[in-house]
Design a protein around this ligand. Structure first.
Ligand code: SF4
Ligand code: SF4
Length: 433
């Protein structure tokens, strides 16, 4: 296994070297990312909107978030059951999937013979393997969030920032790409680019969506309401102007009640220093009783709202108190990467197919094992614990990564230099010699 450790170390080293080469995609991303992290950690950008800074908002509500998440994690099964029962009463079609594979099968069954799906940004869909399955079955994925539209346009396959996946492309690059792909000449300005997508894409979203896919920012167990926050309006369009809206998410998106769900969604916007322009509360499929009081489903909005709640690793992690069990409390805000020393230094090298930073590496470990986590840059984590101090629910990702590093070291997967250093400490009984 020591040879495997060397091989993984060489892989990561090669990625770092590429990221240091001027002109590579990794280098371009790294420069953007350092700047983005600096801006995001300032946390005062929204002061013109609110009386408090985003950080003050987080600190003020921190205890509430911790209690809310612990309450859910300690009573996970009863909250899931409660949530499913109320959702079914409200005419949602609800599936509980024990594993990701089961969720993928249910999803494909719900998709039936549709060959196109319109989706919003969703790390959960990646995590649950839905995107891989769609690709394998040659289903056309139509991204609707502009960031993801750009990623698709550029055929960008490197890990990117989950919240703003296309933010590192420059206006010139986007205008050139549009010219290359669509033959349309645009002024390289954000306004002109947005206008182009508005005029070409919006009509399609309003007229032709049969099936749409979203995740959920949070789901209230008390009344089954799904909360979705966004800025662009794409989620509002594809969840209304569609025949079938499919929601796929882990059971950890469930919170005790609607106030918790809205607060959690607000937190996800404030801590990322964005202000959601739309927050949708979806409590069932479109319905009317306007003709003689007869309830008919599917007026203007979605005829069916299908919810696939996925367990996979979650109940097991709680019951067996696995090393990553704390991640069950995660609100999915993705903000722990802003103050992360490894993320700032290594951009999309300290990352996996699930996104940037510690949480993406932990996901990689959960789904693909320790070798994959090492290959994603596990040992680049400095152990600084900035993630812990930043996190609104005090999850110590640094501590989880430390346990994973120990597992990797026990299996001979640590970088050779560290192996040598370890042997030296054992030999000399002194780390400073
Ligand atoms: S672990 Fe990261 S993504 Fe999860 S709640 Fe904490 S800061 Fe947010
Ligand atoms: S402990 Fe590791 S994951 Fe956490 S902020 Fe520091 S370098 Fe990043």
């Amino acid at each position: 296994m020591v040879d495997k450790g060397k091989e993984l170390y060489e892989n990561v080293k090669k990625k770092i070297e590429t990221s240091q080469e001027e002109g590579t995609l990794e280098n371009q991303f790294g420069k953007f990312w350092k700047m983005a992290c600096t801006i995001k950690t300032r946390q005062h950008d929204l002061r013109y909107l609110y009386e408090d800074t985003s950080r003050e908002f987080v600190e003020r509500n921190k205890d509430k978030f911790i209690v809310m998440r612990e309450e859910f994690v300690n009573h996970m099964e009863s909250y899931v059951e409660k949530c499913i029962n109320i959702m079914r009463k409200k005419n949602f079609i609800v599936h509980y999937a024990k594993t990701n594979e089961e969720a993928q099968k249910i999803f494909m069954k719900e998709l039936a013979d549709n060959k196109i799906i319109y989706k919003s940004k969703s790390t959960e869909a990646k995590d649950i393997g839905i995107i891989d399955v769609l690709k394998k079955n040659q289903i056309k994925i139509k991204e609707t969030d502009l960031g993801d539209v750009l990623v698709q346009l550029f055929n960008y396959t490197l890990p990117s920032f989950q919240v703003g996946p296309g933010a590192h492309f420059t206006e010139e690059e986007i205008a050139n790409k549009i010219k290359e792909v669509y033959g349309v000449e645009l002024e390289p300005k954000a306004q002109a680019i947005v206008e182009y997508f508005r005029t070409t894409f919006r009509k399609e979203l309003l007229n032709d969506v049969k099936v749409s896919l979203t995740s959920a920012n949070a789901i209230s167990a008390e009344d089954g309401t799904i909360v979705l926050g966004e800025n662009e309006g794409n989620i509002s369009l594809i969840t209304r102007a569609t025949e079938k809206h499919i929601v796929v998410c882990g059971i950890t998106k469930i919170v005790p009640n609607i106030l918790d769900a809205v607060l959690m969604t607000q937190l996800q916007s404030r801590i990322n220093n964005v202000s959601f322009n739309y927050i949708s509360l979806i409590s069932g499929p479109s319905n009317t009783s306007d003709i003689q009081g007869t309830s008919v489903q599917g007026m203007y909005g979605a005829k069916e709202v299908v919810v696939i709640l996925v367990d996979d690793w979650r109940t097991k992690a709680a019951k067996e108190n696995l090393v990553y069990a704390d991640i069950l409390k995660c609100l999915g805000c993705k903000s722990c990467i802003f103050p992360c020393t490894a993320s700032r230094a290594f951009g999309n090298i300290f990352a996996s197919k699930y996104g940037l930073g510690a949480t993406a590496i932990i996901r990689d470990y959960i789904h693909n094992g320790i070798e994959s986590a090492v290959n994603s840059g596990l040992f680049l984590c400095t152990g600084c614990e900035n993630c812990y101090h930043w996190c609104p629910v005090s999850i110590n990702c640094g501590e989880i990564l430390k346990s994973l590093k120990k597992e990797a070291t026990d299996k001979g997967l640590a970088p050779p230099d560290l192996e040598e250093y370890k042997d030296k400490i054992f030999k000399d009984k002194n780390p400073f010699l």
